[in-house]
Design a protein around this ligand. Structure first.
Ligand code: PLP
Length: 379
């Protein structure tokens, strides 16, 4: 089955009860048993729920995995991965990453005795110096947030396999429409389904997808034992979102390209971060591991003025000033004061999150309205 068919049919069956084409929202916590243990595969909804299972099967299919797991948020999904580890274990992580992931690693799990190294992975060979006997996991986010760096998943997976480490990839920005990390050698794919998979800014959810049965069993155990699951209504909404992922992504990419080119030619812009440009340092890797370049763009303005950046995001009208990304509507954000406010100024500037940096999640509106909006805000 090709991807555009998988998003609609992959892993999906019509409901066995009445043949409903979309799975019903099984809004139930428990399931009747005829005798203790005599049930139809469902006992309690933390463990299993038919609507959630339908979504999990679809997730596995679109990422070319075997097992999908849905969680109450992207961070709950990451939390489940870190729970595979023990005190004393070490993780090598991308240094430019989602602020909430950085916070979870450093503010929660460092206190549990897990050590994190934050490494610039644009050159995959930078990783090897940090590997020792305690290293267990490599954490990759690509494209990175918000600097749009690209990490070579195949190159990192060669290193992870050589040293027998787990490789997890946060695929939130790219989505499986653009990039399929399991095909490139990753062991775990993670999503904030809140973003492109849901696609309509109406759900908070996370997901993991794996191929290996043992790894899946360990993660299912954690999902059930820790209990950070999502509800049936949200499962239904994300399943519905996935069914249009391919056409939404196609338009996100088209609009993203047009916006990136508009900004690159604007006199007030200092730099545009978008992997589709030939002068992007890892453009060739992006071209080889992604099918297109997506709708996430960051840019800085000349003079690097904090107040000017705030003014721009306040003036944008079609682009809503808001956290998050990946919905049908265009959003803008100011990482230094929003998503990355929890990262110390010195740390964030090291990776390029300077005062004038603005991040756009380019939506699927008419491109003329998006360009006109940017034009008036930059005046
Ligand atoms: C939003 C996001 C997360 C966290 O997901 P939540 O659903 O907000 O918990 C993790 N990684 C990336 C890249 C994100 O954009």
């Amino acid at each position: 089955m090709k991807f555009n068919t998988k998003v609609i049919h992959g892993g999906q069956e019509h409901d066995p009860a009445y043949g409903s084409v979309m799975p019903p929202i099984y809004q139930t916590s428990t399931y009747a048993q005829t005798t203790p243990g005599g049930h139809k595969g469902y006992e309690y909804s933390r463990t299993h729920n038919p609507t959630r299972n339908a979504l999990e099967n679809a997730l596995a299919s679109i990422e070319n995995g075997k097992y999908g797991l849905a969680f109450g948020s992207g961070l709950a999904a990451i939390d489940a991965i870190v729970k595979l580890l023990k005190p004393g274990d070490e993780v090598i992580s991308t240094n430019d990453l989602y602020g909430g992931s950085f916070r979870l690693f450093t503010k929660i799990y460092e206190d549990f005795g897990i050590k994190f190294h934050f490494v610039g992975m644009e050159k995959a060979s930078n990783i090897e110096a940090y590997i020792n006997n305690n290293t267990k996991l490599i954490w990759v986010e690509t494209p990175t947030n918000p600097m749009m760096n690209i990490i070579d998943i195949v190159a990192v997976s060669k290193i992870s396999k050589k040293h027998n480490l787990l490789l997890a990839v946060d695929n939130t920005f790219a989505t499986p429409y653009l990039q399929q990390p399991l095909n490139l050698g990753a062991d775990i794919v993670m999503h904030s389904a809140t973003k492109y998979l849901g696609g309509h800014s109406d759900v908070v959810m996370g997901a993991l997808i794996v191929k290996d049965k043992d790894l899946a069993d360990r993660l299912y155990f954690i999902q059930n034992a820790s209990g950070a699951i999502c509800g049936p209504q949200d499962s239904f909404l994300v399943l519905r979102g996935i069914k249009t992922l391919h056409i939404r992504m196609q338009r996100h990419c088209e609009n993203g390209k047009a916006v990136a080119e508009f900004l690159a030619n604007h006199s007030k812009i200092e730099h545009v971060y978008w992997p589709g440009f030939e002068n992007h340092p890892n453009h060739d890797i992006a071209k080889s591991q992604m099918n297109d370049f997506g709708g996430m763009i960051s840019f800085t303005t000349k003079g690097n003025n904090y107040d000017a950046a705030i003014k721009i995001v306040e003036r944008l009208k079609v682009f809503t000033l808001a956290e998050s990304l990946g919905g049908v509507e265009s959003l803008c954000g100011h990482p230094a004061s929003m998503t990355h406010a929890s990262i110390p100024k010195q740390e964030r500037e090291k990776v390029g999150v300077v005062d004038s940096l603005i991040r756009l999640s380019v939506g699927i509106e008419d491109i003329d309205d998006l360009i006109a909006d940017l034009e008036q805000a930059l005046k």
